[in-house]
Design a protein around this ligand. Structure first.
Ligand code: ZN
Length: 69
């Protein structure tokens, strides 16, 4: 068992492996298993937060970058 990062409810980590994603039954938060010994969980909120943060600043510049790549 582990503790939900968001609401501190107990979440079942039985048969979990590093890289797996588990969902808290209490608050629905998604967490990725970072490490098993010791058990470490990380909240998975927005998968593409990178584009989101930059996009709010200047969309045109973002498209430019994609063209170059
Ligand atoms: Zn929770």
């Amino acid at each position: 068992m582990a503790t939900c990062i968001a609401c501190e409810a107990e979440v079942d980590t039985l048969e979990m492996e590093v890289g797996d994603t588990l969902t808290c039954g209490e608050c629905g938060a998604e967490m990725e298993v970072i490490s098993l010994r010791p058990l470490e969980l990380e909240l998975v909120d927005d998968v593409v937060d990178d584009a989101d943060e930059v996009g709010s600043d200047d969309d045109a510049a973002d498209e430019d970058d994609e063209d170059l790549a």
